[in-house]
Design a protein around this ligand. Structure first.
Ligand SMILES: Cc1cc2nc3c(=O)[nH]c(=O)nc-3n(C[C@H](O)[C@H](O)[C@H](O)COP(=O)(O)OP(=O)(O)OC[C@H]3O[C@@H](n4cnc5c(N)ncnc54)[C@H](O)[C@@H]3O)c2cc1C
Length: 230
């Protein structure tokens, strides 16, 4: 997940992920794979390298809703928060009560940011989170007195110091200092599309979230199949 990874002390499966990632990093160090960090792959770079095959694994990007005011400077994505690209203080609203929204809320609480208001348009808290992970995350959030989850509530507008909320036709203005977007991810398939259009490489595979956002497991499965097919 991006250049960095979020290991929660509150969500046990994140610690397990940490071990898997450290193992994979160790394996890469031992191998003769040429890893080039801080390098954006473009069709021009592919032309320069001239590979026989390309496996594209460019992942996904946050899906930002079209809410008026969403571009304001106090609005950040959950990834910005989890990667600690921004440090927040004060009353914060998290938009979306799926896995990422709930984990972001727990992460903020761990980092002494409170109170938190998680806003979700449906009445589904925890989204499609699997049984064990879902139970752990939901339980942590429910037991935290500094997190309030508001379901069946939509955000109609982001103002400088507040959000305009709507629940069942009733409007309310909620004062907040920060807004964090956790409203899902969108596949990042631009490189894949431009490589296909350029016809620079005969063999191209796309794996993981750049096809559509899912889980670590599906990304690793697709990567294993693609690497064997090359
Ligand atoms: C906050 C959060 C929590 C999650 N928690 C879980 C979880 O608990 N369990 C689970 O199974 N899944 C979880 N997921 C989903 C999981 O992280 C993804 O399914 C998985 O990381 C997808 O792997 P990937 O390799 O396809 O993409 P990513 O891990 O996103 O990696 C894509 C990489 O490609 C790089 N890149 C993009 N464009 C270019 C380019 N042009 N040139 C070079 N590099 C480029 C990016 O910088 C990034 O490093 C979570 C996702 C998020 C956002």
């Amino acid at each position: 997940m991006g250049g960095q990874l979020y290991y929660s002390t509150k969500v046990p499966h994140k610690k397990e992920f940490g071990e898997v990632i450290r193992f994979l990093e160790g394996q890469i160090e031992k191998s003769n794979v040429d890893v080039r960090l801080s390098t954006e792959v473009t069709p021009a770079l592919i032309e320069e390298i001239g590979p026989d095959a390309v496996i594209v694994a460019t992942g996904a990007r946050p899906a930002v809703p079209f809410t008026p005011g969403i571009e304001k400077p106090h609005v950040h994505t959950a990834l910005d928060v989890l990667n600690q690209d921004v440090i927040l203080t004060g009353r914060t609203a998290v938009l979306g009560a799926g896995l990422v929204g709930l984990e972001t809320a727990l992460f903020l609480i761990e980092n002494k940011v409170s109170p938190l208001i998680v806003i979700e348009p449906t009445d589904n808290v925890g989204g499609n989170v699997g049984l064990r992970s879902g139970w752990i995350v939901r339980n942590e959030v429910t037991n935290c007195s500094d997190i309030e989850v508001r379901t069946r509530t939509t955000v109609e507008e982001v103002k400088d110091h507040s959000l305009v909320l709507q629940k069942e036709g009733k409007f309310e203005e909620l004062e907040v200092e920060n807004v964090v977007i956790a409203t899902g991810m969108r596949n990042n398939n631009e490189l894949m599309e431009s490589l296909r259009a350029s016809k620079l490489v005969k063999e191209i595979y796309s794996v993981g979230d750049c096809n559509f956002p899912r889980t670590v497991r599906s990304a690793m499965e697709e990567a294993a199949f693609a690497s064997r097919a090359v």
